[in-house]
Design a protein around this ligand. Structure first.
Ligand code: ADP
Ligand code: MG
Length: 495
């Protein structure tokens, strides 16, 4: 993974990262709130030995410095803890008190710091002071040789404890800062793991490798399409409209000697944008004043009539069953140039119906009547309907929903097209994210490009030659139209 990949992961998985950070920071806050506050009181002890001459004093000092290390241990010992508890009549065990006492000897000095932690600030002070006083007595007993009156070493409580004002535990600011740092680390870790485990199709390279076809279009996610599937191409310059125009242009360069006119739109799974894309490919083609018929080939879960507000009961299946003539079933739409053949009533045997000679004949009739026949279909996995239709089409466009379609699903779908010898025209990414375009650009950048100074012509027929030349030259700047690298590679020569 290079830096660019890393940045892409951070950008695309910002929700994971934010959620992890928030969760850990919240935990830190909860822990902080649940932590019993502890107060710390401290005293300082001074260790001295008596001596009159300078040499004696020096030696005494050395002696004290060596002593303080042992004294620190004794200060944290059980005997002293017990003595303190007895003296203060505390309701705790010596072990517990020991855990709350820390004595540190400063190197090369004769000073010892004693720190006592307690839930009560007053008790913390009392324990620190009593413990120190008791220690003074303890040292006196220990350091006075038998029969002697003067101890070899003496401890003085040089600084007594006072009541601590604020608790030392918890430390909210530190806890939250640590929580924040840990949260980000956890979030980034999770994001990287999720990216590693992500087996959805997300790059042009993946899409082209799996399908062995070129990317011929990337349709951005456009929330409007959920309310209204069709785009009003007239005067429409939105990103999605331009994406469909590019797709249209690319389609017209596929198999130039024998341009596909019956085009099947399919994908591996439901809800990958087949119907929406089919509608708008048809509309984009109709915009060029071609006559286009859009056929709902999804006889199980038809949706074109819903998306286009048409009558769904008379259509493909009705004509096949002979209950209506083709002309009766065709429905004009409010879009100039676009006619629709909806699915008709849902038949009990869709696959059989679609594989029938009548279906083939019907498609041929439509081919004769219209410039383009765009067929929407059911998903390729699970049912054979789309593959059956694909065999009768001039070409198939396979959709992959960005970050949603799994690699193996797509490859199975391509497999089922191959098994019927369907000519794959190209692959289309649907619902690609629009946010952070630059970050994603390499994912679905096109190969040949128009330059920024010459935006894609609205007329698809404009200067195909120069486009082709640019496509070959293979510039890789962002966006705009071109023919996918290996678009139409799979297309067989027509029988
Ligand atoms: N480009 C898009 N941007 C946003 N939503 C989309 C887009 N294409 C399709 N959708 C939505 O995705 C859902 C599935 O789309 P649909 O075309 O019905 O898929 P399919 O025919 O593959 O089942 C629908 O709610 C549709 O509105
Ligand atoms: Mg559909």
């Amino acid at each position: 993974m290079n830096l660019q990949d890393f940045v892409r992961v951070l950008r695309s998985r910002w929700i994971t990262i934010s959620a992890a950070t928030l969760a850990v920071v919240l935990s830190a806050v909860v822990i902080t709130l649940l932590t019993t506050p502890l107060y710390q009181a401290s005293t300082r002890l001074f260790v001295s030995t008596s001596g009159t001459s300078l040499a004696e004093t020096y030696q005494g000092n050395r002696f004290s410095q060596e002593r303080v290390v042992s004294y620190a241990e004794l200060l944290m010992g059980q005997t002293l803890a017990q003595r303190t508890i007895d003296k203060l009549q505390l309701d705790m065990s010596a072990d517990t008190l020991q855990e709350h006492v820390t004595a540190t000897a400063k190197p090369n000095t004769v000073l010892i710091n004693v720190e006592v932690l307690d839930e009560s600030p007053i008790q913390a002070r009392d324990i620190a002071n009593t413990l120190s006083d008791e220690f003074v007595g303890m040292v006196r007993d220990l350091e006075t040789p038998e029969g002697d009156l003067v101890p070899d070493s003496r401890v003085v409580v040089e600084q007594r404890a006072s009541i601590p004002e604020s608790p030392v535990v918890p430390r909210p600011a530190r806890n939250i800062a640590v929580g924040f740092a840990l949260g980000i680390a956890l979030g980034v870790g999770l994001a990287l793991i999720r990216d590693l485990l992500d087996n959805t199709v997300k790059t042009q390279q993946q899409l082209e490798e799996i399908t062995s076809a070129g990317l011929v279009g990337s349709i951005p996610l456009d929330k409007e399409r959920r309310k209204q599937a069709s785009i009003l191409f007239e005067n429409e310059t939105s990103g999605i409209a331009e994406a469909f125009r590019k797709l249209r242009t690319n389609l017209q360069f596929l198999a130039v000697d024998n341009p596909p006119r019956v085009i099947l739109v399919t994908s591996s799974m439901p809800s990958e944008g087949k119907s929406t894309t089919a509608i708008n490919i048809a509309l984009a083609l109709a915009e060029t004043e071609k006559s286009v018929i859009l056929v709902d080939g999804d006889l199980r879960r038809p949706s074109l009539h819903k998306y286009l507000d048409l009558v769904g009961t008379v259509g493909f299946s009705t004509v096949l069953s002979g209950a209506a003539s083709l002309d009766e079933a065709l429905q004009k739409t409010r879009f100039p140039g676009l006619t629709v053949l909806t699915s008709g009533a849902i038949p009990p045997n869709p696959s059989e119906l679609l594989g029938s000679q009548s279906a083939r004949k019907l498609l041929n009739e439509l081919r004769a009547k219209f410039d383009y026949v765009i067929v929407d279909s059911s998903p390729l996995l699970a049912i054979t309907d789309a593959a059956i239709l694909a065999a009768g089409a001039d070409g198939v466009l396979i959709m992959a929903r960005y970050g949603h379609t799994k690699r193996e699903q797509l490859s199975h779908a391509v497999g089922s097209l191959e098994s019927v010898g369907a000519p794959l025209l190209g692959a289309v990414f649907t619902m690609t994210p629009t946010r952070g375009r630059a970050g994603y650009s390499y994912n679905y950048g096109y190969y040949g490009e128009y330059t920024a100074q010459s935006p894609p012509a609205r007329e698809p027929d404009a200067e195909p030659r120069s486009l082709a030349v640019e496509a070959i030259s293979g510039t890789t700047t962002d966006s705009d139209s071109s023919v996918g690298r290996s678009a139409g590679r799979r297309r067989r020569s027509p029988d």
